[in-house]
Each structure stands twice: as structure tokens, then as C-alpha cells.
Ligand binder design. Structure first.
Ligand code: ATP
Ligand code: MG
Length: 591
């Protein structure tokens, strides 16, 4: 079948859509692949849908290849299973909730751990049934706070989610590895440059959760790499504790007037001038900055949190958000300062000697105080003295103050050492394309998924969960391949293999183009034929915007027995004889 531009449901736009922040979004809309319906919600037009289906097919083939079986759950789900796992609450405002006519609470699924767990519980009861991997390619809903960049962060989007079920940890590790390999194949086939990064720093260890990030400037994820092969999402970087110091020679803490030093820089300058250190100059890293936040917990309560870190580093908002999940981070506002009058804005410091009000009391009340891994026993600090215009010097951790624990949420900087000693870190940005995660028994426990083991004993199943952003992949591929003229698809994802452009007023060009289209179609090449009565300029521009990898221009040179074959990605143009052009194109397409 040949698709004719004169009939295709498409309109290319000359103007950028007003809300387009990134090139892929701009071009997918301008090329008539998608249309916005509401923030983060898009319709797919014929060209876009073809690409989406190709991505789905690649994902499907690679999931099938590891023995996973395709199923499909509804998007509209009852509340109860999500209540049992606490996600009804924990998911917070990202969960799209609705009420049916009988008043029952429902939700639109953000992921389907609960449903898969219950389905397996329903049907399986023995270790002999395992291992099992199930997947679906399905529409997901999340009421994202900041839908962004078109398909990249939608509120409705297509995800492949799969779940593995195993009897023991070794089985889970094998299922996880199989998924990891499948994901490598998927992202290779999507022609994405990607890195696999550790995604959690938690107790489960480095391999329990990894993300696949497509390297892209406009990505929302920042990741680090070292020359020795360490790679992690910045949220997952866990800096080691600094070595403890011998503070026996450090003088007793002393409070000093530090007028006109509202910033770290002015404080350091004043300290070097008035209270110089014998061994070396004071630096910003010698100051202990205490930053306040409010944590909003899923049950709606708010509690204060103070983070103590060296003054030369900022708190990284994303690292903090990830560390306190499922609580949400809110600013510590003036109203909060009124509730905690002992906290003197700008001069907050730990240590009872200066009236510091940081740290929980025996009843767990007060301001929870967590400190950076650099704040270890024996380290010596300049920090707020809890009085306007005053700082305390030589305040020693362990001697003069303690904290409620360690919290590593300081920004990671270019050149910081990799936690595993594999060299200095470099930072880059990426788009999260996939996530593989050893869930363990959390969901199976909550929902009672147990099977009989070989000894006839009931054991809880251990699970993995694995996601690929299918609609996001369409945007990510567009983003990493487009240029200033439009889209430029890799061959295996393009809506059509070849775009034939007939130009000129006489019938010969269109006749030849149509005949070529039929010949290619018969050879299994999918063809988009521009048969419109438009100017060559309009047609060439559209071919570039639409982004088929190869186009054939049939026009002026036809009289000389040649047509022009254009490569969209490189811009290269080749004259090819009319008698061999069909074979030439077939060879390009079939590789
Ligand atoms: P992100 O950090 O980007 O919000 P996530 O950690 O919430 O992603 P998962 O819950 O692991 O994502 O979902 C699996 C995959 O689904 C992600 O790796 C991503 O590719 C895709 N995805 C997640 N949220 C969205 C969204 N709002 N729009 C499009 N794709 C998404
Ligand atoms: Mg998310």
C-alpha cells in the first residue's frame, strides 16, 4: 500500500507551538505527529502512531525473547489493592483518583504492582509455577506536578511494565539480569545512546535498582560517571563518611560578634581578618550551614528538618526529595519560624552551649537535625550561635554537638571523587527511559502472595518490577536525532522507509514517481508519495520536517535519466539513474 501526501491526515505547521520547550516536542507537533489535548495529554496522528507502534513492537519482541508473557490490565482500578499496600496514600497527589456513581473510590493506574501480584496469587500456588514474568504495554496515568516537554513527561503515557515472580533471591537475581539484557537490546534497537546507572543508594545494594538514561542535554536526570566505570543517578550517589579527626588540640568553642556577615563569603572574610586560624586560612568548607525544611508526610502532618552541611555546598533539591520520600519537601516559611522562635534566621547552629535548638529530644520532639557525611566526630566548625550577628568558632562535632544522623543530600560536583574510589566524577544529563528494580517481598507480603516450596512450606514470593517509557521513547529518539530542519528518524522507527517527492508541472515526474512507489512497495519498502500540487520548496521542506530517512526527488533531472536520493540525517544528495534507483533504495532500506 502506498500512502499519498494528498490523502494523509497531516498538516505541517510553519510556527513553533507556544508551549514547546524542547526540540522533540516542537518537531513532533510541527510535523503533525501529535496534538495536545490538555497539559501532559496528547493525541496521536497517523505518523506518530506508526512510530509508537514500532517502539511497542521492539519492546514486545525483546520481552517475549526472555520468556515474559504479555497480558493487559485495565487502567481504571479499584482502591482496595492500593490501600492494602499503602500506595493509595503514599502516591500522594500524583495518583489520579475518581469516584464512580456508587461512590466507590477508583484510580487510574500509575503502575500495576498490586494487580499483577493479585493475579498471580489468584491463579498460582506452587514453586513449580515459578519463575514467571508477565508484562503489559498500556496507558498509565500520573498527575505529574510539572508535565513537560510534550511526550517526555505526560500525565497520560504509554509504559511497558513487567513483573517477575520468584521463589528465592537467586531466582529474582536471574529474572533481573534477564530484564537487564532485554533492556540493553531494546535501547540498542531504539538507537539511543544510553547509560545504566545505579538508582538507589538504599539498604538493598547497588544492583537492586538501575535506570537506563538516554544521554541528552534536556534530560531531567543528572547522572555521574567516573573513569573507572562508576555510574549513578545523582540521587543515588552516596558519599562516604569523612575520616574522623583528632580534635584534642582544638580550643574550647567561643562565641564572637560577626557583624555585617550575612553570607558565607563575608563570614569567611571576616573570620580570616578577626579570628585567623594558626595553621591555615578559614575557608567556606569550614563553616557549618544549617538549612531548614518542612517535610509534609503522606498522612498530611508536617515536621521540621534541619540539614547541616559545609558552607561551600548547597542542598540538592532532587537528592533531598529522593532521600525523604514519600514525604514531600516544603520551604520553611516565616510562619514556621514563628512556631519555632528559638531558631534565629541566619544564625542557626547546633550545640546546647549556644542555645542551639537542633536535634530531637528524648520524646522525639523538636527539630530533627541530620548532617552531611563531612560532619564527623572531631571536625571543627564555624556556625551560627543562635543570636543575631553572632557565630561560634571551634565548635567540634562529637565534643560540642551531635546530630540525629547522616543525610547525604549536598550537591554533587564535577571532580568529586567517586564513592568507590574509581576516580573523579563528571556530570551529565539524561532522560530516564527505563527502570529495573528488585522489589523483593514488599508487595507479596502486603497482598499475601505465597506459594508452597518443595518441602510443602508456604513461602512469600519475591518480585521484580521493570518499566520502559514507550511514549517517552518516541520523544527521546526524536530529541536525539532531530536537527534545525525537523525530525530525522532512524530507519527502524521511521513511519515510512522512503519519501518520494514528485516535483515539476508535467505529468512525467508524477508518473515516474508513482511507478517507482509501486515497484518499491512490491519489494516490501513502505512509501510515502508526495503527489500534491505544491511548490518544490514546500515539498522539500515538508520532507525534512517529517523526517523519513531517505527521500527520492523526481523532477527536473528526470529528462537526463537521473533522480536525486537524499539522506535525511547527513543531508547527502546522490544522483541515481532511473533504471537502478529502485534497487538502490531497496539496498539502503534493507541494509
Ligand atoms: P521519572 O523519574 O522520570 O518521573 P519514574 O521513576 O517515576 O520516572 P517509573 O515509575 O520507574 O518512572 O516508570 C517507568 C518508566 O516510565 C520510566 O523509566 C519512564 O521511562 C516512564 N515514565 C515515567 N513517568 C512518565 C511520564 N510522566 N511520562 C512519560 N513517561 C514516563
Ligand atoms: Mg515519576
Amino acid at each position: 500500500m502506498i500512502t499519498r501526501m494528498s490523502e494523509l491526515f497531516v498538516r505541517t505547521l510553519r510556527e513553533d507551538p507556544a508551549d514547546a520547550e524542547v526540540p522533540s516536542h516542537r518537531w513532533l507537533v510541527r510535523a503533525g505527529y501529535i496534538r495536545r489535548v490538555a497539559p501532559g495529554i496528547y493525541s496521536w496522528l497517523p505518523l506518530g502512531l506508526k512510530v509508537l507502534h514500532k517502539v511497542e513492537q521492539i519492546v514486545r519482541e525483546e520481552m517475549d525473547a526472555i520468556g515474559a508473557q504479555e497480558v493487559r490490565f485495565p487502567a481504571l482500578l479499584p482502591r482496595e489493592p492500593y490501600e492494602a499496600t499503602d500506595r493509595w496514600t503514599e502516591y500522594g497527589p500524583n495518583l489520579l483518583r475518581l469516584t464512580d456513581r456508587k461512590g466507590a473510590d477508583m484510580l487510574l493506574g500509575p503502575t500495576h504492582e498490586e494487580m499483577f501480584t493479585l493475579m498471580v496469587k489468584d491463579l498460582y500456588s506452587s514453586y513449580k509455577d515459578l519463575p514467571l514474568s508477565l508484562y503489559q504495554i498500556q496507558t498509565k496515568y500520573r498527575d505529574e506536578a510539572r508535565p513537560r516537554a510534550g511526550l517526555l513527561r505526560g500525565r497520560e503515557f504509554v509504559m511497558k511494565d513487567s513483573y517477575s515472580f520468584d521463589i528465592d533471591d537467586a531466582g529474582l537475581a536471574a529474572s533481573y539480569d534477564a530484564h537487564r539484557i532485554a533492556y540493553q537490546r531494546i535501547f540498542d534497537r531504539l538507537c539511543l545512546e544510553y547509560v545504566i546507572v545505579s538508582a538507589t543508594s538504599g539498604a538493598m545494594g547497588g544492583s537492586a535498582s538501575e535506570e537506563f538514561l538516554a544521554v541528552a542535554e534536556i534530560g531531567e536526570d543528572t547522572f555521574v560517571r567516573s573513569p573507572g566505570g562508576y555510574a549513578a543517578n545523582v540521587e543515588a550517589v552516596k558519599r562516604p563518611l569523612a575520616p574522623e579527626q583528632d580534635a584534642s588540640g582544638v580550643p574550647a568553642a567561643h562565641v564572637e560578634d560577626t557583624p555585617d556577615s550575612p553570607t558565607i563569603e563575608t563570614l569567611v572574610a571576616l573570620s580570616n581578618e578577626r579570628f585567623p586560624r594558626a595553621d591555615r586560612a578559614w575557608a567556606a568548607a569550614d563553616t557549618l550551614k544549617n538549612v531548614l525544611f518542612m517535610l509534609k508526610h503522606p498522612d498530611g502532618t508536617r515536621t521540621p528538618l534541619a540539614v547541616g552541611l559545609p558552607g561551600d555546598r548547597e542542598v540538592d533539591a532532587k537528592r533531598l526529595e529522593a532521600a525523604v520520600e514519600p514525604a514531600e519537601v516544603e520551604a520553611f516559611g516565616d510562619a514556621d519560624f514563628e512556631k519555632y522562635p528559638q531558631l534565629v534566621k541566619g544564625y542557626i547552629g547546633p550545640g546546647a552551649a549556644t542555645g542551639g535548638a537542633l536535634g530531637l529530644d528524648a520524646d522525639g520532639k523538636g527539630v530533627r537535625y541530620l548532617t552531611d557525611p563531612a560532619v564527623v566526630p572531631g571536625t571543627r566548625w564555624i556556625t551560627g550561635a543562635n543570636a543575631p550577628g553572632r557565630h561560634v568558632y571551634d565548635l567540634v562535632c562529637g565534643r560540642d554537638f551531635t546530630s540525629d544522623g547522616v543525610l547525604d543530600v549536598a550537591e554533587i560536583r564535577e571532580g568529586d571523587p567517586a564513592p568507590d574510589g574509581s576516580g573523579p566524577l563528571t556530570l551529565a544529563r539524561g532522560i530516564e527511559m527505563g527502570h529495573i528494580f528488585q522489589l523483593g517481598r514488599k508487595y507479596a507480603d502486603a497482598l499475601g502472595l505465597k506459594v508452597l516450596d518443595p518441602n510443602g512450606k508456604l513461602v512469600t514470593v519475591t518480585m521484580g518490577s521493570y518499566g520502559v517509557g514507550v511514549s517517552r521513547a518516541v520523544a527521546a529518539v526524536a530529541e536525539t536525532t532531530c536537527d534545525d530542519k525537523g525530525l530525522a528518524w532512524p530507519r527502524n522507527l521511521a513511519p515510512f522507509d522512503v519519501h518520494i517527492v514528485a516535483t515539476g508541472k508535467d505529468a512525467a515526474a508524477l508518473d515516474f514517481a508513482t511507478a517507482l512507489a509501486h515497484e518499491l512497495d512490491e519489494a516490501g519498502v513502505s512509501v510515502l508519495l508526495d503527489d500534491r500540487k505544491a511548490s518544490p520548496g514546500v515539498k522539500f521542506a515538508d520532507a525534512e520536517v517529517l523526517g523519513m530517512p531517505t527521500s527520492v526527488v523526481v523532477g527536473r533531472t528526470l529528462a537526463d535519466g537521473v533522480v536525486e536520493v537524499r539522506d535525511r540525517a547527513s543531508g547527502e544528495k546522490t544522483e541515481v539513474g532511473v533504471d537502478v534507483v529502485a534497487n538502490h533504495v531497496v539496498a539502503l532500506v534493507k541494509g
